[in-house]
Each structure stands twice: as C-alpha cells, then as structure tokens.
Design a protein around this ligand. Structure first.
Ligand SMILES: Nc1ncnc2c1ncn2[C@@H]1O[C@H](COP(=O)(O)OP(=O)(O)OP(=O)(O)O)[C@@H](O)[C@H]1O
Ligand SMILES: [Mg+2]
Length: 284
C-alpha cells in the first residue's frame, strides 16, 4: 500500500490507506503486520538508539528513534537470523528470538526498521552491579558469557558491544542472554559504532576501526566480568589481564578453550563446581 510502490493511478488511494494504517495503530493499541496482530503495551526499556515496547505478553517491539539508525537495526535482524540458521541450536537461547521484522512508517512518512523480539521474562541487565558481587557468583555469569560468545564466534559473528546493558541474567536460574546485536559484525569486520558511555571499556581495535575478531569480545567480556567483582582474587585479575592485552593477537582467540582454562582456575580457587544460589544485591 505504500504510495511509492503503488501501481500507476493508485497513489492517492495508497496515501489514504497508509495514513489510515498508522491511525489504526494509535487508536486501539494494536499493531498489525503482514504476519500477525499484536497487542501493543507500554515502553519497557529505552536503549541507546531504540525504544522497546511490550507486544502481547511475551514479545517486544524494538524501534529505533531515528531512521538514521535503521542500518544498525538491519544488522541486528540479519545476525539474529544467521544465528538461528547457522548457529548451533543447542545454544540458541544465548540470543533473543527474532519473530519478525518490518518497516514501520509514521504519519510523516518516516520509515523505521522494526524488530519483534521474544521478551526475556525474569531477566535483568548487569547494569549497576559493578564492584558489588562475590567472585563465586560472577563465576557462573563468566562461564555462560564465554559459552554465549563462543557460540556466536563459531557461527562467524562478533557481538562487538559487551557492556552491562547488553548482558541480561536470570538470577535464580543462572541464565544469561546477550542482547543488542546492532553492533555485531562478521569475524574480521569493523564494529560500526560504539556505545560512547562505555568508550573506556572497548579494546583498541574497535576504536581504531580495525578488524574485530573473537578476541574483541573476549576482551570486553573479561573486563565486564572482572568489574562486577568486589575485591577480585589476584588469580582472577591475572586471568582477565591476559584477555585484555592491547594487541588482539596476544589475547586468547577461542572463547570455548578459554572457558576450559577458566574452569581449571575456578577449581583451583574454590574446589569442585557446585550450584550456589544467587540473589541480586539490594539497590543502594
Ligand atoms: N529481548 C529482550 N527481552 C527483555 N529485555 C530486553 C530485550 N532486549 C533488550 N532488552 C532490554 O532493553 C534494553 C535496551 O535494549 P537494546 O540494547 O537492544 O536497545 P538499544 O540500546 O536502543 O539498541 P541499539 O542501540 O543497538 O539500537 C536492554 O538493556 C535490556 O534491558
Ligand atoms: Mg543497547
């Protein structure tokens, strides 16, 4: 129905129909795409570039605030698709489910690339937990984060923005999911943008627009995990430092191999692995 693609002579009718579609969305709180009609709810999060609105009870609509960021949204959509198609299905839960994507056009004719994502219930971002957690609690997060990035790397993808807001955890179930794949690239590509608030957490190759590899995510993940810990043991500091050399080739190159080394280190520090109940610290 879009006026630009309407058959000759149908332009005015298409314009009216498009205007009506936007109005329908606004009036009854539903959103109809080619595939489904969703119940539109409240905004549940405002990210750096996008707003996330509740859809039905178990989905989110992610919509960039500026159409200039459509390319980043498209990157997220294509990587989530690639992870479904080419990633090992056993680890699919490490990234949110992409349900569909479409172009939304508002009343002013501004087009935005939208994504409908599975909503992660009971998950919270790591934001605000820096320097507050026991290393034995961070241990499971660190293990799962290495598993998640290793899965993406095996599928040929670098996440490229491992910052606290993009790592969601399920405290009771020890679940972890990596969100916001807008900044992700194929291994060897250059990360298209940074989250400027976290500039100091990025490795040099990202800031210098040099190729990103598994070692890029390994650097960011290790820094983030170490920073969560209150008074990290020296052995964990050394482990993280070894993952954060400036030169990417000096760092470990394989997250899953690194996980095996991490497990050995944990065993030396704390003995055989066992479940340790975790609750988020009270907000202060
Ligand atoms: N699938 C999801 N389920 C639940 N919460 C989510 C999900 N995806 C994102 N969130 C929450 O919304 C916040 C913002 O999401 P996200 O980082 O994807 O948006 P963004 O920063 O605007 O994206 P970008 O900057 O890449 O366009 C996240 O920090 C997280 O708390
Ligand atoms: Mg984000």
């Amino acid at each position: 129905m879009h006026p630009d693609v309407a058959p000759a002579g149908q332009g005015p009718a298409a314009t009216r129909a498009t205007a009506k579609l936007s109005a329908l969305w606004a009036r009854d709180g539903s959103l109809t795409t080619r595939r489904a009609t969703y119940r539109l709810g409240d905004r549940v999060a405002a990210g750096d570039l996008a707003d996330l609105l509740a859809l039905d009870d178990d989905k989110l609509l992610k919509l960039p605030r500026l159409p200039g960021d459509n390319d980043l949204m498209r990157a997220e959509v294509s990587v989530l698709t690639l992870l479904s198609d080419r990633g090992d299905p056993r680890h699919r839960a490490y990234a949110p489910r992409l349900i569909e994507t479409f172009t939304h056009e508002d009343r002013d004719g501004v087009r935005r690339t939208a994504a409908v994502l599975g909503r992660l219930d009971g998950f919270v971002p790591l934001t605000g937990l820096e320097h507050r957690l026991d290393p034995r609690d961070v241990a499971w997060m660190w293990r799962r984060l290495l598993t998640g990035i290793g899965w993406a790397h095996r599928a040929g993808v670098v996440h490229g923005a491992i910052v606290p807001e993009h790592v969601l955890i399920h405290p009771e179930a020890h679940g972890l999911v990596l969100v916001d794949w807008c900044y992700s690239v194929a291994v060897g590509g250059t990360v298209p943008a940074i989250v400027s608030r976290h500039k100091s957490a990025y490795p040099p190759e990202v800031l210098a627009k040099q190729p990103a590899t598994a070692a890029t995510d390994i650097h960011m993940a290790s820094g983030l995990m170490l920073r969560l810990i209150k008074d990290p043991p020296a052995a964990l500091r050394r482990f993280a430092a070894g993952c954060r050399f400036d030169a990417p080739r000096m760092r470990p190159q394989d997250a899953w191999q690194l996980l095996a080394e991490f497990d050995e280190l944990l065993e030396d520090l704390y003995g055989p692995r066992r479940f340790r109940a975790f609750a988020l610290p009270a907000l202060t």
